[in-house]
Design a protein around this ligand. Structure first.
Ligand SMILES: Nc1ncnc2c1ncn2[C@@H]1O[C@H](COP(=O)(O)OP(=O)(O)OP(=O)(O)O)[C@@H](O)[C@H]1O
Ligand SMILES: [Mg+2]
Length: 501
């Protein structure tokens, strides 16, 4: 039997009228990867924020290695050997790996100078221990997303943590990068470190975790060994009812070409050519850094294109600014909601209405009632867990913020909608609701470009998929051809359609 490292008992927490946690018990053993699961808004981040000393609990106890501890600040938590890796990483892109690692706790030589040599050595030692080949002097901003995660993990080792909390570390990573992170996590486990792992990707949970705990509506729903359960049972514990494994995709007749990219070039992409038809759902995929996100940002006018043409509904479209994109009927849901999608000072309702103001604006002011009704419809359809829509959007859980942003664009007048990883951080139940919604809108003639790092998502949703590698299109596959093996082959540059053409 492994020893219990952490026990949280009867943890309770309310935010105003919302009771986020109702007497939750949670325990983690030494040297295990423990999955913390639950629908959006179930209380996972809140529980971990309490453990991390970010917010105080209203009631409950925390025990470590058989002793009660008091955690009332992030420093307390760190002192107890707990590291918290947030989904949005706190690295400084212009600095090197070792500088980031030692930020705030620089090593100093006997003469009071910063001892770079020793810090580089120490960084190398930790990276070796993790089995990662990475130059301590590399600039962080240039690294792959998974390596940035590794640096955060290395940082927690530097603090000699024995519990590492990872709140959705893999949402924006591709399968291959995730394998990398899991390799590192296993190494840590073998050294006795306990990892608390929050994820909405049940497949990876089943594959890599030892035990699990499911929260539902702020209560413990189920806990146990992964070996004794399966994906369906876990999903059931999350939603509280049987989850239907429905086939989402429905074949449709596609219309005329509504968008055509003709030899687009920009900093991160080269000679991009593709077409999108009315009612089509076109997938885009690649490893992180393959250039597909940058391509879409350029298409929408967030960043420059250096050459090439875009045709929209048979006419050349000059898009140098998002306003021009909107005027051409394009909509865009960006990848990183923290940076670009939500307006933090605004309410849930205001964020929802932002892109479709024209529809609710009458005689110069917004009709509150209509706004509320529209929001209500989406709230039911894709199960947005929100109390009063007048509250700030930041009061919602991560996944629920994502749903509001998505609803906002589906509600907008755009008829070509670009979605960059639309279901990132969204729970299993809501995922299929969102897929349904996208398909219904496509049936009504809206066209979609869906960027996704999840191959099952592409397979459920898309008519065709464009695969990119190092800024170039390596393949455009029809739905039937888009197997995981084929997509990976083109995404890793092992093969290109141009080779055979
Ligand atoms: N600062 C806050 N103010 C008000 N309500 C909050 C605040 N933080 C969280 N909540 C509420 O507490 C509940 C639990 O949220 P939490 O962020 O813990 O969910 P989660 O399980 O992490 O969900 P997700 O999978 O979407 O990240 C939600 O109803 C959320 O709206
Ligand atoms: Mg969360």
């Amino acid at each position: 039997m492994s020893r219990i490292r952490l026990e949280m008992k009867g943890i309770t927490k309310s935010f105003g009228g919302v009771q986020a946690l109702k007497g939750v018990d949670f325990s983690v053993n030494e040297g295990e990867i423990h999955a913390l699961l639950g629908e959006n808004g179930a209380g996972k981040s809140t529980l971990m924020n309490i453990l991390g000393g970010v917010i105080p609990a209203d009631a409950g106890e925390i025990w470590m290695d058989g002793r009660p501890v008091r955690i009332s600040s992030p420093q307390d938590s760190k002192r107890c050997g707990i590291s918290f890796i947030h989904q949005e990483l706190n690295l400084i892109p212009d600095m090197t790996v070792y500088e980031n690692l030692f930020l705030g706790s620089e090593m100093v030589s006997a003469y009071g100078f910063v001892d770079a040599k020793r810090m580089i050595q120490e960084t190398r030692r930790i990276l070796d221990m993790l089995g990662v080949q990475l130059d301590p002097e590399a600039i962080v901003g240039k690294l792959d997303a998974s390596l940035k995660q590794v640096i955060e993990i290395a940082k927690s080792l530097l603090n000699e943590s024995n519990i590492i909390i990872m709140d959705e570390p893999t949402t924006s990573l591709t399968d291959r990068e995730i394998q990398h992170i899991f390799h590192v996590m296993r190494t840590l486990r073998s050294k006795g470190v306990s990892i608390i792992f929050i994820s909405h990707k049940l497949q990876e949970v089943i594959q890599f975790c030892d035990r699990y705990t499911v929260l539902r509506d702020g209560e413990l729903s189920s806990t146990g060994r992964i070996a004794d359960t399966d994906e369906e049972k876990i999903a059931q514990a999350m939603v509280g009812k049987e989850v239907l494994k429905q086939q989402v995709y429905r074949p449709r007749a596609l219309g005329e070409v509504v968008l055509e990219a003709n030899g687009l070039h920009g900093g991160a992409f080269h000679d991009i050519r593709f077409t999108l038809r009315k009612g089509e759902i076109l997938g885009f995929t690649g490893l992180s850094g393959a250039g597909h996100s940058e391509l879409m940002e350029a298409l929408f006018g967030y960043r420059p294109k250096t050459a090439g043409e875009v045709w929209i509904k048979g006419r050349t479209a000059v898009i140098r600014h998002p306003k021009q994109a909107l005027a051409s009927g394009l909509g865009f849901v960006p990848k990183n909601r923290k940076e670009s999608a939500i307006i933090k000072d605004m309410s849930i309702l205001e964020n929802f209405t932002l892109a479709s103001l024209g529809k609710v604006l009458r005689f110069g002011f917004i009709e509150r009632k209509r706004e509320r009704e529209k929001f209500q419809a989406y709230r039911e359809q894709i199960n947005i867990k929100a109390g009063n829509p007048e509250l700030p959007i930041t009061s919602l859980s991560g996944g629920n913020q994502q749903k509001v942003i998505l609803a906002k664009w589906l509600e907008a007048d755009a008829d070509i909608i670009i979605l960059d990883n639309p279901t990132q951080g969204v729970d299993v139940g809501a995922k299929s609701e969102i897929y349904q919604l996208i398909l219904e809108l496509a049936e009504k003639g809206k066209s979609f470009i869906v960027l996704s790092s999840e191959i099952p998502e592409i397979q459920k949703l898309c008519d065709r998929v464009v695969v990119m590698y190092q800024g170039r299109v390596t393949a455009i596959l029809d739905r039937e051809e888009a197997t995981e093996g084929r997509i990976m082959m083109y995404a890793t540059g092992a093969k290109s359609q141009a080779d055979t053409a």
